[in-house]
Each structure stands twice: as C-alpha cells, then as structure tokens.
Design a protein around this ligand. Structure first.
Ligand SMILES: Nc1ncnc2c1ncn2[C@@H]1O[C@H](COP(=O)(O)OP(=O)(O)O)[C@@H](O)[C@H]1O
Ligand SMILES: [Mg+2]
Length: 276
C-alpha cells in the first residue's frame, strides 16, 4: 500500500522567520495518480504547504515524504525535485533559457541526459504543448497562457511523477485559463499526479478531491461536490461563483435534488429540467 503514496505529510508545522505559524499540524496523504485541488483564502497557508512538497521548505516539526523520500534528508532533495515539478503564479521567474527550446532543455541537461534524448524530449514536449511555433522565441515574449504552458513544459522535461500548480491560472483571461486547464487535465489522464492550488471555486470540479485551508490548517478534505454543503466553510470568504450560489439556493428551497454543483448555465438548466 505504501508504494501507492506520492506525498505523505504528517503533523507538519511551519514557521517563517517572523515566527508566524503558517502551517499548524497538517496531515495530508496524496496517492499516485490523484488530482487534488487546494483552495482557501489569502494567507491561509496554501503556498507554504505546497512548497514543502518539493523540498523548497523544510518542516519545523513533522515529516514530509515524497515517494518514500524524507525531505529532511538533503541527499534526497534533487531526486524529490525531479519527481515533483512546481509551477508558480508568475512564470517569468522560472525561465532560464534564452529561447523556449533552450529553456525546456535546461532541466534534462542538468540531469546529464544524452544530447539526442534531450532533442527528442524537447521536440515531443513542444509538440504536445502546441508550442512548436515558438521554439526559437524568448519565453518572455509569449502571451500569459502560453507562458504558463511553457513553464509546464519546462517541468515536464524532467519527466516528473507529480506537478504542483500554485495559482497558475490567476493572471489569465478566460480563454487562456481554459487552455491551461485542458493541458493539466490531459497530463492527469496520462498518469501524472496533480496538485492544483487555486482560489477559483469552479476549478475544483476538475479534481478528484479538494482540500480547503483556513488559518494554517486543513478544514476540509473530500469530494468537491460536498464543499458547499459544509457549514464549517460558511464563514470563509470563498468566492462562490453565482451559478453555484443559485444552485445552492434552489436546493435549499427543495427545487433541486442530489449533489448538485453545476458550473455552467447549461448544466444548471439540465438539472432544473430533471428535477421538475
Ligand atoms: N516568506 C515569508 N515570510 C514570512 N511570512 C510569510 C512568508 N510567506 C508567507 N508568509 C505568511 O505565511 C502565511 C501563509 O502564507 P501563504 O502560504 O503564502 O498563504 P496562501 O498561499 O494561502 O495565500 C501568511 O500569514 C503569510 O503572511
Ligand atoms: Mg499562495
């Protein structure tokens, strides 16, 4: 059973240098192949939590292990970072290559992969991410959505088992957001474990499981459809999309049945018709 676990977090506490407790006794177990969404208000500890998942931060107390490797052990750091790739809200800080193909090649070059393998890997990833046209462009010249895809491409070049996305869609327009999410869903179908931090509630429905953070703690861990029925979450300033709020009110009034979380007007229309 142990080998099914991708990331195993037990009793994790984290304090930054200002002594603020940013994670307060967090337990979280992520299985290989899962798609987990993490939501919560600003400052609730989401980024701190995910930065522990590839040893960017070390536990003050508790343990984090990735594929059975303890992040405390510095000898594991490089292997852990290869297993778990991280993409941030602002990808500009992540690019290292002058051109997109150089940028994607950077990771495998550091892994000392043979030149011809690197070439093949870069070409395959450019193709998969629909970025071939931009192979000789600077990553900094790309649009917001393409930049995020390029950042994901750089991580993919390391052949990771898990990708952590920390608010990668928050600066994107609706079209780019949807394209990036399509890419993420495809990677998940290919077997990559996904940890998707977002403040957009409609994005949690792409996940198998949602974790809600509040005040340095996990306050909910379960099915995305159950988030809205959980009274402990009512006080949190979660930005509920109007369509879900309407569905919730209709359910309260007895006009809709079951676990209903439509995130499109068409889905809500279908549910209303079914309930009539
Ligand atoms: N580098 C840092 N130094 C000190 N405090 C920090 C630092 N980064 C985050 N914090 C604090 O830790 C808490 C959790 O922050 P963070 O994990 O970034 O939350 P979120 O990603 O949910 O917005 C907040 O109180 C924040 O102010
Ligand atoms: Mg954050």
């Amino acid at each position: 059973m142990k080998n099914k676990i991708m990331i195993d977090i037990e009793g994790l506490h984290h304090r930054y240098s200002n002594n603020v407790l940013s994670l307060d006794d967090v337990d979280l177990h992520i299985n290989k192949g899962e798609f987990i969404a993490i939501i919560g208000g600003n400052g609730s500890g989401k980024s701190t939590l995910v930065r522990h998942m590839n040893a960017l931060l070390m536990p003050a107390e508790g343990t984090v292990s990735v594929c059975g490797m303890d992040t405390h052990d510095l000898a594991n750091t490089w292997k852990i970072r290869q297993k778990v790739g991280m993409v941030f809200q602002d990808p500009i800080t992540q690019f290292v290559g002058a051109t997109l193909q150089e940028d994607i090649a950077f990771g495998p070059e550091n892994l000392a992969c043979p030149r011809s393998d690197i070439r093949q890997r870069v070409d395959r990833i450019l193709e998969e991410m629909d970025l071939v046209t931009y192979c000789d462009s600077s990553p900094l010249e790309l649009s917001g959505g393409q930049m995020q895809k390029a950042a994901i491409a750089g991580v993919l070049a390391m052949d990771p088992e898990c990708i952590v996305l920390d608010e990668v869609t928050s600066m994107l327009d609706a079209g780019s957001r949807s394209r990036v999410l399509q890419v993420v869903k495809r990677l998940h179908r290919q077997g990559i474990t996904i940890v998707h931090v977002t403040h957009r509630l409609d994005e949690i429905f792409h996940a198998d499981r949602v974790v809600v953070m509040d005040n340095a703690m996990i306050v909910f861990d379960g099915n995305p459809a159950d988030v809205f029925g959980d009274v402990t979450l009512d006080h949190m300033a979660l930005d509920v999309p109007p369509i879900m709020e309407l569905a919730g009110r209709l359910k309260e009034a007895g006009l809709l049945q079951g676990d209903i979380c439509p995130f499109s007007i068409h889905a809500l229309g279908d549910e209303i018709c079914r309930s009539m």
